[in-house]
Design a protein. Structure first.
Length: 278
């Protein structure tokens, strides 16, 4: 009868994804059906860890994160957890043989959020690796279903796509991260001196990551390609809007894509995919 609890666990991960991220929810819906639940399960795990360090003010975040980490590895080892999010995640880890070092690196980046408020180049790269690039690799493990040769070939592309997404999040949330959480992710940047020149330099770095990420999308199996392309198109549209926005405005408000434009992205992406015009 564990099947009922396992399905409940997946449903909780799906609900978590849809509640927290319209962009990833949109992309996941256009993966082939058998890939959707594993990716929901990865996102649910990542989101819960992120919530601990970002949202649980007034609680002992370190103790909560340590407990979550311990329970994660217990779930993977025992192949069950009473926490539905961890139960769903352990199944994906064990089924798709996701390397534990990817999980280690991700959780280390969550610890960094508890400790660091400003980053130099080395710690920035370490944080990007843990918070974004290895999450892309977890998803790649699912997409390629055990094909290690293809995983090795597409590994760098998946990492760069995750990196581009995360850096766009940093730009979009610059004001909120600094004023609400006291964090500045981009290395060597004083927000009092943040201007269009600094912003353009960051955007050039993102463009390089996007280019490599896009190359990888084209090499993905067809059953995964359209869903990942949808997430790419959403973030690329968001990135273009950020590029048109002044540094001053970025520091004052969060850049968003209206729902009507998300629908347009879906329609045009669907047409391009079916006409093999990606």
């Amino acid at each position: 009868m564990k099947e009922l609890f396992d399905q409940l666990s997946i449903d909780m991960s799906k609900m978590t994804t849809r509640r927290y991220s319209t962009s990833f929810s949109l992309g996941i819906r256009f993966l082939q059906k058998d890939l959707r639940e594993p990716i929901y399960s990865i996102y649910g795990f990542v989101r819960f860890a992120d919530e601990i360090v970002d949202s649980f003010d007034g609680f002992d975040k370190k103790t909560l994160l340590d407990k979550f980490t311990k329970e994660t590895y217990e779930a993977i080892e025992q192949k069950i957890s009473l926490n539905p999010i961890l139960n769903a995640f352990q199944y994906v880890v064990n089924t798709y043989q996701i390397p534990h070092e990817l999980i280690d690196t991700f959780l280390k980046s969550m610890e960094m959020d508890l400790e660091k408020k400003a980053y130099d180049k080395a710690t920035y790269d370490e944080y990007i690796l843990g918070s974004a690039e290895v999450v892309g690799l977890m998803c790649l493990k699912v997409f390629l279903e055990g094909n290690q040769k293809e995983y090795d070939r597409l590994k760098m592309n998946a990492m760069k796509l995750g990196s581009a997404f995360q850096k766009i999040n940093f730009l979009r949330d610059l004001n909120e991260d600094y004023n609400d959480l006291g964090r500045t992710y981009f290395p060597g940047i004083n927000l009092d001196e943040f201007n269009n020149t600094v912003k353009i330099d960051i955007e050039k770095d993102i463009e390089k990551d996007f280019a490599l990420g896009y190359e990888g999308i084209l090499m993905l199996p067809k059953k995964a390609r359209f869903g990942v392309y949808m997430a790419y198109k959403y973030y690329f549209k968001l990135f273009k809007k950020i590029k048109r926005t002044t540094a001053e405005t970025i520091l004052e408000e969060r850049v968003r894509i209206p729902n009507r434009k998300k629908a347009r992205i879906l329609l045009t992406s669907y047409v391009r995919h079916n006409l093999n015009m990606l």
